[in-house]
Design a protein around this ligand. Structure first.
Ligand SMILES: Cc1cc2nc3c(=O)[nH]c(=O)nc-3n(C[C@H](O)[C@H](O)[C@H](O)COP(=O)(O)OP(=O)(O)OC[C@H]3O[C@@H](n4cnc5c(N)ncnc54)[C@H](O)[C@@H]3O)c2cc1C
Length: 341
């Protein structure tokens, strides 16, 4: 690694407040924080962490994390900006760009595919981490390559789509040691001809057999999401707290045998079914439950909210209570989608 320019560390903050760096809005502190507007700053941060034996945590907009404790290492907040259109439909996008702004921009350029993923909070660099998905589309469908800074090799590495090992809310980046891969750019291959995906029930109900333009799908997705999900600028939350569990056919049969009408959707893997975690939680009576200053959103049992000044620990304890009640009642272990720090 080349020696970083010392001025790249000028913005380094010590004992930094992370409240505005997580959409739950919980109070937590980082031993160090560096907001990175250039790859040089990222590299300098990595070197600083290595020299001082500090853990590394990269954050975008903090819309998928819960700080249960303070972070004793260095937080790198990714603010890299830039979008380059190559050829007709290839986009190279810097990791710190806003995801929703990219979706809107691509539509306005006549490039399609991302419209079902409108209004997902966060940055472009975080999108591959858990292979963001909504309304029948996962981002992997449009990712061509991901450029990372590999902190173990101390160099940039390119992951082709197949190297990313994308799966449901999962990727090679999510499974790697925390802080190993810093995503700096994502390359997308979008569609120049509209091919709307209307398979998801709320969209199928709305459009029926009629054709919908990508702009109509975008508007519908925004409207449905606004009616179901709390706006993190108004109510602290991180979207779905748990993943939808994947269970065997025999598990579904046994639950139905016990009189439960649990929904189950076939996955790409034979004999495995996805069960909506929201259904399990609602059946266990969690919708709208309040524990101190933490609560389950009253319009969506998968979303935990900060009613104001909740600590990360309060939210975490509520989540644990929810997961253990689902385990007891249905014998299904819920896994968190949100990163617990
Ligand atoms: C209201 C609401 C609705 C949501 N709806 C959805 C949804 O429909 N579908 C969905 O999939 N998600 C959803 N989410 C979750 C969240 O928006 C996504 O996971 C998003 O991609 C997180 O982006 P971020 O920039 O905030 O990432 P952060 O929360 O900052 O980070 C998330 C994870 O990615 C890592 N990370 C972030 N940036 C980088 C980088 N550049 N390099 C390496 N690692 C990085 C972090 O270390 C962390 O592990 C929702 C969240 C909210 C609040």
């Amino acid at each position: 690694m080349t020696q970083p320019n010392p001025s790249a560390l000028e913005a380094l903050q010590e004992d930094a407040d992370l409240t505005r760096f997580n959409t739950f809005g919980v109070e937590a502190r980082a031993r160090y924080l560096l907001e990175c507007h250039s790859v040089e700053q990222l590299r300098a941060g990595v070197e600083f962490a290595r020299d001082n034996r500090l853990g590394l945590l990269v954050l975008g907009e903090g819309s998928n994390v819960l700080f249960v404790n303070d972070y004793p290492g260095l937080v790198l907040a990714n603010r890299l900006k830039g979008i380059v259109l190559e050829g007709e439909s290839t986009l190279r996008v810097a990791a710190g760009e806003s995801w929703h702004a990219l979706v809107e921009w691509s539509l306005s350029e006549g490039l399609y595919g991302l419209e079902n993923l409108a209004l997902i909070p966060g940055t472009v660099g975080a999108a591959p981490i858990q292979n963001i998905g909504a309304y029948g589309v996962e981002v992997e469908r449009f990712i061509k390559r991901v450029v990372v800074f590999d902190t173990e090799l101390a160099q940039e590495v390119i992951f082709d789509k197949t190297d990313c090992a994308f799966a449901y809310r999962d990727s090679v980046f999510k499974r790697a040691r925390r802080g190993r891969y810093l995503i700096i750019e994502v390359e997308f291959e979008l569609l120049t001809r509209a091919s709307p995906v209307l398979s998801y029930v709320p969209l199928a109900e709305r459009f029926g057999a009629a054709d919908a333009t990508p702009r109509q799908v975008f508007d519908a997705v925004c409207e449905i999401r606004r009616s179901k999900l709390p706006d993190p600028r108004l109510v602290g939350n991180a979207g779905s707290f748990f993943k939808n569990p994947i269970v065997s056919a025999s598990k579904v049969e046994s639950l139905r045998g016990q009189g439960s009408d649990v929904p189950a959707y076939a996955t790409d893997e034979e004999g495995l079914f996805k069960v909506p975690a929201a259904w399990l939680l609602e059946a266990a009576g969690w919708k709208g439950k309040v524990r101190g200053r933490a609560a389950v959103y009253d319009a969506h049992s998968l979303v935990l909210v900060n009613l104001g000044d909740a600590s990360g620990e309060e939210i975490y304890l509520l989540a644990q209570e929810m997961a253990s009640s689902v385990l007891q009642r249905f014998g299904i272990a819920l896994q968190t989608e949100v990163l617990l720090v």
